[in-house]
Ligand binder design. Structure first.
Ligand SMILES: CC(C)(COP(=O)(O)OP(=O)(O)OC[C@H]1O[C@@H](n2cnc3c(N)ncnc32)[C@H](O)[C@@H]1OP(=O)(O)O)[C@@H](O)C(=O)NCCC(=O)NCCS
Length: 111
């Protein structure tokens, strides 16, 4: 079992997210659809960025894995699920939490 964690300040993302190219480079189409539908989009984007870092920390081995290879989709219950290169990675669990200033994500890989 492996674990990864990341914390981010939302302030850092407010400027970055004004850049459409940055958003499209870092986030999947599903993530963009989900986050842009929310009232406080920046929190949802920032926690997904933290989530990518947390998953990377949990699973990165000698194999090359880019942050952009990792994405999330929420289940019907709202729970985020992990995708690696667009394939569901059920062996990795992710949990997100966010408030107005800070986001945190924890990932656990059973492999
Ligand atoms: C889902 C819930 C736990 C989210 O908690 P919150 O304090 O409002 O918000 P947080 O910032 O900590 O967490 C938000 C994240 O929770 C995650 N989440 C939502 N539903 C989830 C679920 N069913 N399972 C796991 N994670 C879930 C999402 O990733 C969400 O972020 P996202 O929308 O960007 O993907 C809460 O809204 C809820 O429904 N609670 C009901 C359970 C309850 O009664 N708890 C109180 C007694 S313990």
């Amino acid at each position: 079992m492996k674990i990864g964690i990341d914390i981010e300040e939302i302030k850092r993302f407010q400027k970055l997210l004004k850049d459409k190219k940055f958003i499209e480079r870092i986030f999947s189409k599903d993530e963009i659809k989900y986050c842009s539908s929310k009232k406080n989009s920046v929190q949802h984007y920032a926690v997904r960025f933290a989530g990518k870092e947390a998953v990377w920390k949990a699973i990165n081995t000698s194999k090359k894995l880019a942050i952009t290879d990792i994405s999330f989709k929420n289940s019907v219950l709202g729970k985020p699920e992990v995708f690696i290169k667009s394939k569901k990675a059920s062996y990795i669990d992710i949990s997100f939490s966010h408030n107005k200033t800070t986001v945190v994500a924890v990932a656990i890989s059973s492999k």
